[in-house]
Write a protein that binds this ligand. Structure first.
Ligand code: ADP
Ligand code: MG
Length: 355
């Protein structure tokens, strides 16, 4: 079936400038390389694909283009729910789109809100506290070392070796620095020392449909409808010690072209099963659709116990470089097939196509 697809993204080169903007302000936005690759992938499957910048102009452009579906990767620009803005417009226009909806994109952009949901469902995520001022008292149950990062950014923004803090003076300094730079609540978590893996999934659980941990009546784990990509492990051994054994902004931007990783990650089968199950549970309880990537740390001080750091319902799709793309590649799924797989599951979910 030949579809008319609008590819919606926020390009870095179209991003607005503002007073006091941090130099990494738009690191999570997309490049022409990504958009052109998505357009080409869709065209290679026989679809018509047109790129549109994810802006208010969509309200006029989309009714003219009349797409069957949008391929949405917009990260947005402003506010505490920026990733949900374009999907909200699409819902008002009643146009189907790939990926997660308004509520999920608003929720998961906020790492602390997401962690509250994970905790409610008993899913393992590091203990945490949110700071709106640098001098707020530290919860007595949080022990150093701690990890400091913005609550609503991506692409490792605000994440460097200095995010790991070993005592109160360092914590206060990091908080003051990040609050001033990012002007949003800052998340402080227990630092999980250990390996790091991220796992991508494509599809939608067939059941259960409610936003709960996917188990059937006999409490068996349900995976049906999801395709897991092989986990990718960041090869910290290949990076300077200054990066602190974390996946920093520098590694995700300046050094992205020489990313050092292992995929599939050498994870023993029982642990891999657990990671897949946790990823499916996160996907489900946060209401993700079609595609996501879930980031984990394996606690070296507790037998590699997996902890969920965050879920990315808009994982990067830079050809040949983004984590999800590398995972797909390791699974024998070339870029064009990955893009068309996402389109197909969205198309089926929207009720426009039979499986
Ligand atoms: N609690 C933590 N313990 C150890 N490392 C962490 C922790 N939180 C984040 N990190 C490191 O920082 C990186 C970026 O954090 P993450 O929450 O995934 O944000 P982003 O949206 O920038 O990817 C992670 O990939 C990991 O290396
Ligand atoms: Mg991450």
């Amino acid at each position: 079936m030949r579809l008319n697809v609008a590819v919606l993204a926020n390009l870095k080169r179209n991003a607005p400038h503002f007073e006091g903007m941090p130099d990494d302000a738009w690191d999570d936005l997309d490049s022409d390389v990504t958009v052109n690759a998505i357009v080409a992938a869709l065209e290679s499957a026989g679809h018509r694909a047109t790129f549109l910048e994810g802006a208010l102009s969509l309200v006029e452009e989309l009714p003219r283009l009349r797409p069957d579906i949008c391929f949405n990767i917009c990260e947005g620009h402003w506010g505490d729910s920026r990733e949900s803005h374009v999907p909200a417009i699409l819902e008002m226009l009643r146009i189907p789109y790939t990926g997660s909806g308004v509520l999920t994109l608003a929720l998961t952009l906020d790492k602390a809100m997401t962690k509250r949901v994970l905790r409610f469902h008993g899913l393992p995520t590091p203990a945490f506290q949110v700071f709106e001022r640098a001098d707020e008292p530290l919860d007595s149950d949080l022990r150093f070392p701690l990890f400091v990062k913005p609550s609503r950014e991506g692409t490792g923004m605000g994440v460097s070796g200095e995010s790991i803090v070993h005592g109160r003076p360092e914590l206060r300094a990091q908080l003051a620095d990040q609050l001033a730079r990012y002007r949003q609540p800052i998340l402080v978590e227990r630092f999980i020392r250990g390996r790091e893996v991220t796992v991508g999934l494509i599809g939608n659980l067939v059941e259960p449909v409610a936003w709960r941990v996917p188990r059937d009546d006999r409490a068996e784990r349900v995976f049906q409808g999801l395709r897991f990509l092989p986990p990718l492990e960041v090869d910290f051994e290949s990076y300077p010690e200054s990066e602190g054994g974390v996946y920093t902004n520098r590694m995700k931007t300046d050094w992205a072209h020489d990313f050092r990783y292992l995929c599939p990650a050498p994870v023993e089968p029982a642990l891999l099963d657990e990671i897949k199950w946790l990823a499916a549970a996160v996907f489900r309880v946060t209401g993700c659709a079609d595609v996501a990537r879930v980031d984990f740390r394996l606690d070296a001080d507790d037998g590699n116990r997996p902890y969920i750091l965050e879920v990315n319902p808009l994982p990067g799709l830079y050809p040949g470089l983004s984590d999800l793309v590398l995972e797909a590649d390791a699974a024998g799924l070339p870029y064009d097939d990955l893009i068309n797989a996402i389109l197909t599951v969205a198309h089926v979910r929207a009720g426009l196509k039979d499986e």
